[in-house]
Design a protein around this ligand. Structure first.
Ligand code: NAG
Ligand code: NAG
Ligand code: NAG
Length: 479
């Protein structure tokens, strides 16, 4: 199905400061005072042990599949509330809040074809669930100041509109989210953190009645409102995470923490952007660099290229799209393209696409390369029919601004590492059915393996196709 999800303007302001760490180091120092052994190494070890108790590496169970003709999305399982119940949420690096469907909601899906059981969250039936009021710090910082008309006992509301036009409206609640902390090789134990998230009470568009429904969306953006930022500011995790989306077997790996294996090359994130943006320099098709104008990737509101796990396909500026398609077609001059569902360029082909189509390479600042094989950028709709996953963002954006956005189609089968502490992002080709290694604060290195939550991996032909993500914004209002 789908589409996606970019949160363009969620204004955030000042928030909690990280005094936690300062205090902690101070305490450790005090404890060691007066002891015989005050060597730096001992202090560091002690410090690391204390940190280790606080900073967890998290293993999120993934399901889904990035293939446009299959589910077109990836989702994770998280526990919320006391007692904890499981929720399945789409993982989306292009938006900034976690929300789940709530009891009494209007137009919420009740069942899903993804082979998962949907649940509605009820803040009243969780002994730790609480409402968030408009005068609380989270609300004022998320909306960059006190909302007009805010009085005590008025709730903090949210409204997110995603790129496909679907939207979710509701109110913020606070409760415990249960996650799996990595405690050994392929071993986890339960941990939790208090997180503020959206309780959805009205959904529209695809979020309402889609057959591939989920309980909500887990925004993995870097704004302070995301679950990751909240867990990091309460000293639970580092602001580093990685995904390896497996388009072959479905599911894959999603971990929060320091990934030490595989190693990745990185590129800097463009500062002060609401999303994960990087600088693309060149595009190479079958070994030839396209003669693109140097400012071709500067268009649109977003600077650079957006990396977004919540979008299925890859969107390129008009000029890039045209040259890329021409260069690919030059290798297959006999190919007859026809348009499917008004937007996809498709063709009949019975041979191996990897033998007959060129490899595409995107080059980024800092000599990071993203290699995209024909089996990645082409998706199969029948045994002998394929479509291109490249989309022309120039044609689709109403204001003519050309954005570059890379979604699951090109991000799959790679380990993608987002290091918000060093403000870099990197990737490497990887077998997402295998395992990665994460290092915790004690220096212990553990394997984290792949998961596949759903079992429906059959190719469904002619199913709902993906749409694009662009304009997503967050509105705010009061009850
Ligand atoms: C986010 O939180 C950090 C510390 O927790 C704070 O320094 C920063 O100003 C906040 N950012 C915004 C945009 O509110
Ligand atoms: C959170 O985890 C701690 C430590 O395991 C546990 O004692 C506590 O009961 C948990 N709290 C909730 C609300 O799940
Ligand atoms: C990927 O890893 C899995 C699990 O280790 C293994 O079974 C599979 O053969 C690997 N695939 C490739 C292409 O190496």
């Amino acid at each position: 199905m789908d589409l996606r999800r970019l949160l363009l303007a969620i204004a955030t302001a000042s928030s909690l400061t990280a005094v936690v760490c300062g205090n902690m180091v101070f305490e450790v120092h005090n404890k060691l005072k007066g002891r015989e052994d005050r060597s730096l190494a001992a202090m560091r070890a002690h410090d690391a042990r204390r940190h280790g108790r606080l900073l967890s590496d998290i293993d999120l169970e993934l399901g889904g599949n990035g293939q446009p003709s299959e589910t077109g999305l990836y989702f994770a399982k998280i526990g919320i509330g006391t007692p904890s119940k499981d929720y399945y949420v789409q993982v989306d690096t292009g938006s900034d809040i976690l929300w789940v469907n709530c009891v009494g909601c209007d137009n919420c899906p009740r069942k899903s074809d993804l082979g998962i059981k949907l649940s509605l969250y009820d803040p009243k039936s969780s002994s730790t669930g609480d409402l968030v009021m408009c005068d609380e710090g989270f609300c004022t910082s998320t909306y960059n100041g006190r909302l007009q008309g805010c009085k005590p006992n008025l709730q903090c509301l949210y409204n997110v509109v995603y790129g496909d036009g679907s939207s979710t409206t509701g109110y913020f609640v606070k409760d415990y989210v249960r996650l799996d902390q990595v405690t050994g090789n392929l071993q986890t134990s339960s941990t939790n953190g208090s997180v503020i998230f959206g309780c959805g009470d009205k959904q529209s568009g695809e979020l309402g009645s889609s057959s591939e429904a989920l309980d909500g969306i887990l925004g993995f953006g870097q704004a302070n409102s995301s679950m990751l930022s909240q867990l990091a500011s309460s000293g639970k995790v580092k602001k580093i995470f990685a995904h390896c989306l497996d388009s072959i077997n479905g599911g894959g790996i999603f971990a929060i923490g320091d990934v030490v294996q595989p190693k990745v090359n990185t590129t800097p994130l463009v500062p002060d952007q609401p999303h994960y943006n990087v600088i693309m320099k060149e595009v190479e098709v079958g070994g030839d660099v396209l003669p693109l104008p140097t400012d071709v990737f500067d268009g649109g509101d977003a600077k650079g290229t957006i990396i977004d796990s919540g979008t299925t396909l890859a969107y390129l500026p008009n000029e890039v799209y045209k040259q890329l398609m021409n260069a690919i077609m030059a290798k297959q001059p006999g190919l007859k393209l026809h348009t499917v569902e008004d937007q996809f360029s498709c063709f009949q082909f019975a041979e191996s696409v990897d033998d007959k189509f060129p490899v595409v390479k995107f080059h980024f600042a800092g000599s990071l390369t993203l290699t995209v094989y024909p089996h990645d950028y082409l998706f199969q709709i029948r045994e002998d029919a394929w479509c291109f996953g490249w989309m022309n963002s120039g044609v689709q954006s109403k204001d003519g601004k050309d954005m570059t956005l890379l979604g699951d189609l090109v991000l799959s089968n790679k380990l993608v590492l987002y290091d918000l502490e060093t403000q870099t992002i990197g990737w490497t080709e990887y077998n997402c059915s295998s395992r990665i290694k994460v290092k915790d604060d004690n220096g212990a290195v553990y394997s984290v393996g792949a998961h596949e939550l759903s079992s429906s991996t059959t190719l469904v032909m002619g199913q709902v196709f993906p749409v694009l993500s662009l304009f997503v914004y967050m509105l705010h209002s009061l009850l």
